[in-house]
Design a protein around this ligand. Structure first.
Ligand code: ASP
Ligand code: MG
Length: 443
C-alpha cells in the first residue's frame, strides 16, 4: 500500500479536487490510504470563528465557513447534507463559546478539527460519486492515532503505532479518506498536532502500516534549490537523503512539516513530494540511500527569518564553572528552544524564535551575566551530503556572502558536516540567497 496526502491548496476548489481524484484513481492498484488537509484557508477561518465567538460574534463567521464548504460541494455536484451534522455541531460549539466567553487551547483544537472532518467527508463522497463505492471518510482518531494532551501542538503517543494497524485491518479493502492534522488524547478530547500537521499524519500512518511510499501532493514542484520567490530559476531537487531533508526542515524549508521525516526515517519509507497540478513531474524523493547531486555537493539553500540573537557574556573575566549549566537551566525552565549556539571564553551566543518567556529568561540571566538581545535575524543553512567530502565548502559559502556585501553574525557547522549555518540580518535575505545560489548552482 501507499499513503497519498493532499494539502489544503490541492483541495482548495472543485477543479483542484477533481485533479486529486484523478490522481488517486491512477494509483488505485497500489491500494492508497488518502490523507487530507482542510480546504485551503478553512483552518484559519475556524480558529478565527472560535475567537470571534468569545466576543459574541457567532453567525457571521459561521455562515462564511458554511458557504465555503457549500460552494465546494455544489461545484462537485454533491448534496450539502454531506457535512450537515458537522455544521450543526460546529454551530453549537461556537454558540457554546459565546456563552462561556472563553476559548481554551482545547476548544481551539475542537474548532479546528472540523476542517479535516468536513474535507474528508466531501472528498470521500466525491470519490463515491465517481464510482469508487467503497470510499469512506474516517477520522484519524478512530483509526488508532492517540496523542498527549498538549492542545494545538500534541505529540503522538508511541502506542499509536500498535493501535493503527489493528484499527485499520477491517478497512483494508476500502478506499479510506483519512483526516490529517487531528487526533484525540487519552481522555477522548480532540487534539491537533501543529499547523500543517497533515504531512505528519501521513508519515505516522505510513510508518504504522508499513507503506511502500508516502506521497505528499502539494502545489509546488518538489523541494527546491532555493526560495523561488527570490531565485525564480530555483529548481526541484530530484533526490535527497533523510538527513538532508531533516536539516532543510529544521532550518525552515516549508515544504514538509518538520516532524514528518521522523516516522519515515524510523520505518525506512521513502517520501515523495509531488505537484497536484503537474502530476507527471518527477517531484522530489526523500529516501534512505541517496547519492550526492553529481556536480553539486550542495542540494539546497534555506533560511528562517525573524530569529532572535541572544548574547550572554559572563560578568567575570573568565567563564566561571557552571556558567553554561546555569544558562541552560534558565532557558529550559522558560521553554526557550535554541537553534544555533556558539561559545567563546567569556560569552555564549545563541538564537531562538521563542519570544514567549524570553524577557523573563533574560532577566534571570542578568543576575550572573550581561545579556543583550537583537531581533530581526535570519538563519541560513547550506545543505548537502556532498559537502562532507568536498574541500573548501565553507570558503565558498562565506565568500558568496561577502560578495553580496552581507555581514555574518554567527556561524555553526553541525558535526554531520552536511550543513553550514550562519546568521545575518533579515534585510540581507534576498542578496544572500541570490549570491549563494549563483555560487553553488551557477544561476
Ligand atoms: N489544516 C491544517 C492547517 O492548515 C493542517 C494542514 O494543512 O496540514 O494547518
Ligand atoms: Mg496546509
Amino acid at each position: 500500500m501507499i499513503v497519498m496526502k493532499f494539502g489544503g491548496t490541492s483541495l482548495g476548489d472543485p477543479a483542484a479536487i477533481r485533479k486529486c481524484a484523478e490522481i488517486v484513481e491512477r494509483h488505485l492498484s497500489k491500494k492508497p490510504l488518502v490523507v487530507v488537509s482542510a480546504h485551503s484557508k478553512v483552518t484559519d477561518m475556524l480558529l478565527d470563528a472560535a475567537r470571534a465567538a468569545v466576543k459574541g460574534d457567532v453567525d457571521g463567521p459561521f455562515e462564511r465557513i458554511r458557504k465555503r464548504h457549500h460552494d465546494i460541494l455544489d461545484g462537485l455536484g454533491l448534496p450539502s447534507d454531506t457535512i450537515e451534522k458537522n455544521m450543526k455541531e460546529l454551530h453549537d460549539l461556537l454558540r457554546g463559546i459565546s456563552m462561556v466567553k472563553e476559548v481554551t487551547p482545547r476548544t481551539l483544537d475542537y474548532a479546528a478539527s472540523f476542517g479535516e472532518r468536513m474535507s474528508s467527508k466531501a472528498f470521500a463522497a466525491y470519490m463515491r460519486k465517481r464510482g469508487i463505492e467503497n470510499a469512506e471518510a474516517i477520522n484519524a482518531y478512530d483509526l488508532g492515532l492517540v496523542t498527549d494532551s498538549r492542545f494545538t501542538n500534541a505529540r503522538p503517543l508511541a502506542e499509536s503505532y500498535e493501535r493503527i494497524p489493528k484499527a485499520f485491518e477491517p478497512h483494508r479493502h476500502k478506499l479510506v479518506i483519512l483526516t490529517g492534522f487531528i487526533a484525540k488524547d487519552k481522555n477522548g478530547d480532540i487534539t491537533t498536532i501543529g499547523r500543517s500537521g497533515s504531512d505528519y499524519t501521513a508519515a505516522i500512518f505510513g510508518a504504522a502500516l508499513g507503506a511502500e511510499e508516502i506521497q505528499v501532493w502539494k502545489d509546488v514542484l518538489g523541494i527546491l534549490t532555493a526560495d523561488p520567490t527570490i531565485v525564480p530559476a530555483a529548481r526541484p531537487i530530484e533526490r535527497m537523503s533523510f538527513a538532508e531533508a531533516s536539516e532543510l526542515a529544521y532550518y525552515g524549508a516549508e515544504v514538509l512539516h518538520p516532524s514528518t521525516i521522523i516516522p519515515a526515517v524510523k520505518a525506512g519509507i521513502p517520501i515523495r513530494v509531488l505537484h497536484t497540478f503537474d502530476p507527471e513531474a518527477p517531484g522530489t524523493i526523500i529516501c534512505d540511500r541517496c547519492e550526492p547531486n553529481g556536480a553539486h555537493p550542495v542540494k539546497s539553500i534555506v533560511y528562517k527569518e525573524d530569529q532572535i540573537l541572544v548574547n550572554i557574556t559572563s560578568t567575570r573575566m573568565l567563564m566561571a564553572e557552571g556558567f553554561m549549566a546555569k544558562i541552560f537551566n534558565v532557558l529550559e525552565r522558560h521553554r526557550i528552544v535554541i537553534d544555533m549556539i556558539s561559545t567563546s571564553e567569556v560569552s555564549v551566543s545563541l538564537t531562538t524564535d521563542s519570544e514567549e518567556g524570553l524577557d523573563a529568561a533574560c532577566e534571570e540571566m542578568r543576575e550572573f551575566a550581561t545579556v543583550d538581545v537583537e531581533k530581526g535575524k535570519a538563519i541560513f543553512a547550506v545543505v548537502g551530503e556532498g559537502m562532507r567530502n568536498t574541500i573548501g565548502m565553507a570558503a565558498k559559502t562565506f565568500s558568496a556572502v561577502a560578495e553580496a556585501g552581507v555581514n555574518i553574525r554567527m556561524i555553526s557547522q553541525g558535526a554531520s558536516e552536511i550543513n553550514i549555518a550562519f546568521l545575518v540580518d533579515n534585510k540581507d535575505i534576498p542578496a544572500t540567497v541570490r549570491s549563494l545560489h549563483r555560487k553553488f548552482f551557477g544561476i
